[in-house]
Design a protein around this ligand. Structure first.
Ligand SMILES: NC(=O)c1ccc[n+]([C@@H]2O[C@H](COP(=O)([O-])OP(=O)(O)OC[C@H]3O[C@@H](n4cnc5c(N)ncnc54)[C@H](O)[C@@H]3O)[C@@H](O)[C@H]2O)c1
Ligand SMILES: CC(C)[C@@H](O)CC[C@@H](C)[C@H]1CC[C@H]2[C@@H]3[C@H](O)C=C4C[C@@H](O)CC[C@]4(C)[C@H]3CC[C@]12C
Length: 369
């Protein structure tokens, strides 16, 4: 917990505070926000680990709630100085309907914005996504671009569409008068693919490799670069943006910031092997065995099977037409806008981020190491 002579007077609300990113934001706030008086953790599914956080100087208030329910959001927001809105339905595997994705990601964000306006909360940091930009439906590469790089952001999948709509709502809300007569100040952070302790997809890849005798089969050429960012650095950027939003409202208000750190540019699969390799898995060069056209066919077959089996049970494999297209399209960022605007510097080096992630995989039940 942060020890500082600064007065503890601020109330923060983190929506989605029990998720992969949300938990790291909650823990980072407790460690690095010395002005925190109360931390409200709002989530559909509360984690048991929250109980261990209630022993420190900060009042941690767990709130089980649904962002699609405006009254629940308003009750949680009332009295907060800052809202960090990470809650969302992160689904590119067809688990949820497009309607549900919209309801949570767009309507839920509308509810958060309106709650801020109605109750007088002035500072809102929104967790957006790289997918607001791309990759687009045409598979255009985005090679080490920044927040100002021209790119045709064209989406058809419900998830990126919902994130783009929600981000636009947040940015348009900047400057709205809130209860009490002062302006709302908003910004949106766009993480690329987040990795680190608690990353469910990394866990899925690891278990898949264990099932396949310690092997994973390459599906994507090593030349396809994918941007990745360590969860601790994403959490730190959220904490810092929330802290600086008041003092730098004129500069930061209504702005978007890619989340970045010193993680290397690699293909999605090669990057994952930075952690899975030291845990006993190896990546088999199977591109000759499994040509791309066959992958496209298998992805389409998975989508058909998901549709046919849906009345019986949910079949949601990692490989589907959307995930294959995203994985196969270069998308990397190179920017320093967050540093220029609010002094962000990654808290964790690449070496530290890698070591922490490897230790987490190794500690997973059934680990090969
Ligand atoms: N994981 C990534 O690589 C990544 C990259 C860029 C952006 N993001 C964004 O970061 C945010 C967090 O993503 P994550 O990877 O931690 O996902 P996650 O699923 O681990 O966390 C999302 C949290 O939101 C909660 N939630 C979902 N629906 C809710 C509802 N109706 N009401 C209240 N809470 C609800 C979930 O219970 C969960 O705890 C999302 O907005 C996502 O779009 C994630
Ligand atoms: C089966 C192979 C083709 C395998 O390589 C598929 C990997 C695929 C599951 C992932 C490749 C890129 C990932 C996405 C990317 O990291 C960014 C995202 C934005 C974020 O807001 C949510 C998660 C995601 C869509 C992420 C999901 C998994 C991938 C598609």
């Amino acid at each position: 917990m942060a020890e500082s002579p600064e007065a503890r007077e601020l109330v923060y609300l983190v929506t989605g505070g029990c998720g992969f990113l949300g938990e790291h934001v909650v823990r980072m706030l407790l460690q690095r926000e010395p002005r925190l008086l109360e931390l409200r953790v709002f989530d559909l599914h509360l984690g048991p680990w929250l109980e261990e956080l209630k022993t420190g100087p900060v009042q941690v208030t767990a709130i089980q709630g649904d962002v699609t329910q405006a009254h629940e959001v308003a009750a949680a927001v009332a009295g907060a100085h800052v809202v960090i809105h990470t809650a969302g339905l992160v689904d590119v595997f067809g688990r949820a309907s497009p309607e549900t994705i919209y309801e949570v990601n767009v309507q839920g964000t509308k509810n958060v914005i309106e709650a801020c306006v109605q109750t007088g909360t002035r500072f809102l940091v929104y967790t957006s996504s790289m997918e607001v930009v791309g990759p687009n439906i045409k598979g255009h590469p985005f090679y080490r671009g920044d927040e100002d790089t021209p790119y045709e952001a064209a989406h058809s999948h419900p998830y990126p569409c919902s994130k783009a709509q929600a981000e636009q709502l947040v940015l348009e809300a900047n400057g709205r008068e809130v209860h009490g007569g002062l302006p709302l100040v908003t910004c949106a952070l766009r993480p690329t693919g987040i990795y680190g302790e608690g990353h469910q997809i990394m866990r899925d890849f690891y278990r898949q490799g264990l099932r396949l005798g310690g092997r994973l089969f390459r599906a994507i050429p090593a030349s396809v670069e994918h941007g990745r960012v360590y969860v601790g650095n994403v959490a730190w950027m959220h904490v810092l943006a929330a802290r600086e939003l008041e003092q730098r409202a004129a500069l930061m208000g209504g702005q978007v910031y890619f989340c970045y750190d010193d993680s290397p540019y690699k293909s999605y699969e090669d990057f994952n092997m930075e952690f899975l390799g030291p845990c006993g898995l190896r990546l088999v060069e199977s591109r000759l065995l499994v040509p791309y056209w066959l992958l496209v066919l298998l992805a389409a077959l998975n989508a058909l099977l998901q549709w046919l089996l849906r009345p019986l049970f949910l079949y949601a494999p990692l490989l589907n037409p959307y995930t294959l297209a995203v994985a196969n399209t270069t998308f990397t960022v190179s920017t320093d806008k967050a540093q220029r605007h609010f002094g962000y510097v990654p808290l964790f080096s690449w070496e530290d981020s890698r070591t922490r992630t490897i230790r987490w995989v190794q500690a997973m039940e059934g680990s090969a190491q």
